[in-house]
Design a protein around this ligand. Structure first.
Ligand SMILES: NC(=O)c1ccc[n+]([C@@H]2O[C@H](COP(=O)([O-])OP(=O)(O)OC[C@H]3O[C@@H](n4cnc5c(N)ncnc54)[C@H](O)[C@@H]3O)[C@@H](O)[C@H]2O)c1
Ligand SMILES: [Zn+2]
Length: 365
């Protein structure tokens, strides 16, 4: 097992990465002796697969009360937060209660937000069960829910007490979800960790076969990268923006396809390819290094194709909350393991990249 420390401005906590971690959760959260109530937010799907083993790890005195969120992005909404808070209140949750978010990024984001506002904030822990949630969403303290007007428009920074990234639970993760998460790890390599990039470039097969040692290395390195960035810039006023590599057009692609056609990571794969186009055109990155990045992204695919009009895509990119008025912000790679945030990408440059990505995506299956 590896332990990675997150040291952000407002919180410090450990992220544990390894196999069979359930047994360690109660002790590491100090639940052995206390009388505090423990709640676990999960989904019926995950509970059916892992619930029995999860509960078996807890002593009789600290058996968690299970709360359920229906699967799907459309349930990452305020209405569910209110319903769940009501259920917690009815079961006697107080300010000393602990919530464990046990699921993918949706459960983690909503669970973290519920913990942030229940009685003005209670402690919570993350037990992420998708690769995406392990390498990305469970670390960094961003929590929240969607509005009809857009994704993650309501939220709060609320860090967990600890994160348990258990490789064992990934055994049941559908192949497509695994690949989608791995794109975020490729992203981590491209923007800040050349060694991780090279490892993922060389060992795609072993990683996709879920060989524990290979997977553990990728997950730990991705978390370490994110922890480091969040440690330097918790509130995304500078460095943390580089985590948005591939996300400017990626978010636009998700929106333009109604959040149905592609998984988040898949849209990011397309978004990274589009950003690489811009970087190539500008000469920010060499053709040779850009090709290696493109090949490595492709090695974890193929990402499914999609159709949208360039107008829809441009309009959707305009609505991204991360855009400052009047300019297009993009994260562009400068080389393997090195990226910059630029504020001056023109509409014409972005439109060219959008047209290119739409052509490629139409050809893909
Ligand atoms: N807070 C952040 O910093 C941050 C960062 C990135 C993404 N996100 C958010 O994360 C969410 C996406 O998360 P996700 O990709 O984990 O999707 P998800 O939570 O929808 O999970 C994907 C699917 O996999 C199933 N599943 C989860 N674990 C499983 C397992 N071990 N075995 C079998 N099936 C399993 C789930 O039930 C679900 O159907 C989005 O809402 C996104 O906004 C947040
Ligand atoms: Zn992402």
């Amino acid at each position: 097992m590896k332990t990675i420390g997150v040291k952000a401005a407002s919180a410090e906590y450990p992220v544990y990465v390894g196999r069979e971690l359930f047994a360690q959760i109660p002790r590491r959260l100090g639940l052995g002796k206390t009388q505090r109530r423990v709640f676990v937010l999960t989904s019926a799907e995950i509970w059916a697969l892992w619930g029995r083993r999860f509960l078996a790890a807890f002593p009789q005195s600290a058996q968690p009360t299970a709360l359920f969120l229906p699967p799907g992005e459309r349930y990452k909404r305020m209405a569910q937060v209110e319903r769940l808070a009501g259920e917690m209140a009815a079961s006697g949750a107080d300010r000393s209660s602990l919530l464990i978010a046990f699921g993918g990024g949706i459960v983690g984001d909503l669970g973290g937000f519920l913990a942030a506002i229940y009685m003005r904030g209670i402690e919570y822990a993350q037990v992420p069960t998708t690769l995406l949630a392990q390498v990305d969403s469970s670390v960094g303290g961003k929590t929240g829910v969607n509005l009809a007007a857009g994704k993650n428009l309501i939220g709060s920074f609320h860090h967990p007490r600890a994160v348990f990234a258990d490789l064992s639970v990934l055994q049941t993760l559908p192949e497509r979800e695994l690949r989608a998460g791995l794109y975020e790890s490729v992203k981590a390599g491209i923007i800040r960790d050349a060694a991780l990039f090279r490892f993922m470039e060389r060992h795609a097969e072993a990683i996709l076969r879920r060989e524990p040692a290979a997977l553990e290395r990728v997950i730990a390195a991705s978390i370490r990268m994110k922890a480091e960035v969040v440690g330097i810039d918790e509130r995304e006023s500078g460095l943390r923006m580089i985590l948005n590599f591939g996300h400017t057009l990626g978010h636009a692609i998700e929106a333009a396809t109604g959040y149905r056609r592609l998984l988040h990571g898949e849209a990011i794969a397309w978004g990274m390819l589009a950003a690489l186009r811009i970087a190539r055109e500008r000469g920010t990155v060499s053709a040779g290094e850009a090709e290696r990045m493109e090949r490595t992204i492709a090695a974890y695919g193929p990402a499914p194709g999609f159709r949208a009009s360039v107008e829809t895509l441009m309009a959707a990119a305009g609505r991204d909350k991360k855009n400052r008025a009047g300019s297009r912000r993009f994260v562009l790679p400068r080389g393997i393991g090195d990226a910059v945030v630029v504020e001056d990408v023109t509409d014409a440059e972005m439109e060219e990249a959008a047209r290119w990505v739409l052509r490629e995506a139409r050809r893909a299956r």
